[in-house]
Design a protein around this ligand. Structure first.
Ligand code: ATP
Ligand code: MN
Length: 248
């Protein structure tokens, strides 16, 4: 059966796509065709109203600022071509929640993003972390952590009450562990500070506590965190931190 397309809406979407492509060009960002198609399908499905600009552009992923109605969102897009999919596979294989049937590069990246999506869901229900909103292939939509459109600074860029900050970071690590999650890439780079509140981000390397890598990753997290807070004059020792988290 034929149906009438909402011409006005169609025009609006096309205009947003044009604007977005223009943005990418000015920012020198290149995405493959399939990724662009997914980004546009998210607009067409009204999950987002508009892509606004690039927050961060790394080797493995790009983080965009976007808008949904009057709310900002962050969109993390994995670069399928430059991802380290061998390391990804190592992390994925120990996770009983995931079954990777095919093992093309794209399938591995997609499973990786699904893992991050689930980790983020679990984490944001326990501690301050961006809420996961949508996952489509290599694209993840989450809450934007920032104030009036400005992304929150990293822990390494702020001046705050370090005693308090350390207490909160420790508390968050304990809470995650109680819910069987280890961040796995915790440092002053993956912690944001929004109006004096601590947020953990980037749960891409997080594993559940039963994962064969969990213990080594937790120890590394403790070392990173202690090294940073020691520089801020906090008396901390990674072995004690590890003990407090695990009870071992
Ligand atoms: P990198 O390797 O550069 O750390 P990454 O691939 O690990 O990048 P993330 O750490 O998840 O990706 O995000 C990169 C940067 O984008 C963060 O350091 C942060 O500044 C910003 N960012 C990520 N998620 C959000 C968010 N939800 N709200 C605001 N800013 C964010
Ligand atoms: Mn990061």
């Amino acid at each position: 059966e034929e149906f009438e397309l909402d011409k006005e809406y169609q025009k609006e979407i096309l205009e947003r796509e044009r604007k977005f492509l223009e943005e990418l060009k000015t920012a020198n960002e290149v995405f493959d065709k399939r990724t662009l198609m997914i980004l546009f399908s998210i607009l067409a499905g009204k999950h987002l109203s508009e892509y606004i600009g690039v927050i961060n552009s790394g080797k493995e992923a790009v983080v965009l600022k976007a808008r949904k109605g009057h709310l900002y969102r962050a969109v993390k897009i994995y670069r399928v071509a430059t991802c380290d999919f061998k390391t990804m596979l190592k992390y994925l294989q120990g996770d009983p929640r995931l079954h990777i049937k095919r093992s093309s590069r794209r399938a591995i990246v997609n499973a990786w993003v699904e893992k991050e999506f689930r980790n983020l869901k679990r984490a944001s229900s326990i501690i301050n972390a961006p809420k996961a909103r949508l996952r489509r292939e290599n694209v993840l939509v989450m809450d934007f952590i920032g104030v009036r459109g400005d992304p929150a600074p990293k822990l390494k860029e702020v001046e705050i009450d370090w005693e308090n900050a350390f207490k909160t970071v420790k508390d968050f690590m304990i809470k995650l562990y109680e819910e069987e999650l280890v961040h796995g890439d915790l440092s002053e780079y993956n912690i944001l500070v929004k109006e004096d509140e601590i947020y953990f981000i980037d749960f891409s390397q997080s594993v559940i506590t039963q994962h064969p890598l969990a213990n080594a990753l937790l120890i590394r997290d403790c070392i990173n965190i202690c090294n940073f807070f020691k520089k801020k004059g906090i008396n901390c020792n990674y072995k004690d931190l590890y003990k407090e988290i695990t009870g071992k």
